[in-house]
Design a protein around this ligand. Structure first.
Ligand SMILES: Nc1nc2c(ncn2[C@@H]2O[C@H](COP(=O)(O)OP(=O)(O)OP(=O)(O)O)[C@@H](O)[C@H]2O)c(=O)[nH]1
Ligand SMILES: [Mg+2]
Length: 293
């Protein structure tokens, strides 16, 4: 697995651009991404879509409606669409997604689109992997300010108000703009793009907004800084995952440790012992993350 990862690293000239799509259930993310894929194909871009379902423990298989999309592009070798489950633990989604991105990049897909339903922590995990995070909203999602989940303003690089063919979409945009004007001044002000994914309207504008953000990241040097931070984050996550696995093994195998734990009730000391025992035997092959496709 490690050798494979290294080989993939060598093959990839530069990592693909990663665009994350998130938003409440039913806001039209899949329809929108489908439209974007079609548009990118007219530009002759190879594009991969990885849809993650934070509610699904399954890996590999397709999530419901996404099967339809997969069929639509089934004969196009320059389109790759897969779904993957989130495997039930924090960090799992980002780690798996990063591996997927690396793999897809090695195969020449650029951009890679990550799509996730914005429930729980999933949108934060997607934002941690994406270069540009697109937050999708719609009219009639709820009342005013409450429609915006905490933390969304911080992670959104581009806002989409989809279903612009429905009434009330202007109001959503106005409220969003008002909220954004209250947030502290940053060098990038997230644009708000109106789309009607169902009618394939606004897709070009959406891509232009994503590209503008990408250029902003590059021209301000944030792209490089971000890449470095992510590699460090990922490394820390791998260390944590591997250590967790090894600790579980040690606790399962070593009855002395278990006895001490139960008698003294001192997890910290036992943890130190376990960490110390790991030092002599590094073993960080791909056990922490494996791309399932
Ligand atoms: N009126 C209207 N309906 C839309 C539009 N875009 C998507 N829809 C409809 O909204 C519903 C949900 O669309 P999806 O693309 O599956 O939404 P999603 O955000 O991927 O949904 P989840 O993956 O379940 O979170 C479908 O019935 C779409 O046909 C739009 O622009 N206008
Ligand atoms: Mg969907």
């Amino acid at each position: 697995m490690r050798r494979l990862q290294q080989e993939l690293r060598d093959r990839a000239q530069s990592p693909p651009y990663v665009v994350g799509f998130t938003g409440a259930p039913g806001t039209g993310k899949s329809t929108l991404v489908d439209g974007l894929v079609a548009y990118l194909r007219t530009l002759d871009r190879s594009v991969a879509v990885v849809a993650t379902d934070p509610n699904s423990p399954f890996t590999g298989g397709a999530i419901l409606g996404d099967r339809i999309r997969m069929q639509r592009h089934a004969l196009d070798a320059k389109v790759f669409i897969r779904s993957m489950g989130a495997r039930g633990h924090l960090g799992g989604l980002s780690l798996a997604a990063r591996e997927a991105v690396r793999l897809l990049g090695a195969f020449g897909f650029d951009p890679v689109i990550l799509e996730t339903v914005g429930v729980g922590q999933s949108e934060l995990e997607v934002a941690a992997v994406a270069d540009t995070t697109v937050v999708v909203m719609t009219p009639n999602l709820g009342d005013g300010v409450q429609m915006i989940k905490a933390g969304i303003l911080e992670i959104a690089d581009v806002f989409v108000v989809n279903k612009a063919d429905l009434e009330g979409h202007e109001r959503v945009a106005i409220e969003l703009r008002a909220m954004l004007s209250l947030s502290p001044k940053a060098s990038w002000k997230p644009p708000i793009v109106a789309t009607s994914a169902a009618k394939r309207e606004g897709i070009e504008e959406l891509w232009a907004a994503i590209e503008a953000h990408r250029k902003h990241l590059e021209s301000t040097g944030r792209a490089a800084a971000q890449a470095e931070r992510r590699l460090k984050d990922e490394t820390a996550e791998v260390v944590a995952e591997v250590a967790r696995e090894r600790a579980r093994e040690a606790l399962a195998d070593d009855s002395k440790l278990s006895r001490r734990l139960l008698e003294d009730g001192t997890p910290y000391e036992v943890a130190e012992d376990i960490l110390r025992s790991m030092k002599g035997s590094p073993r960080t092959h791909g056990e922490a993350s494996e791309f399932v496709g």
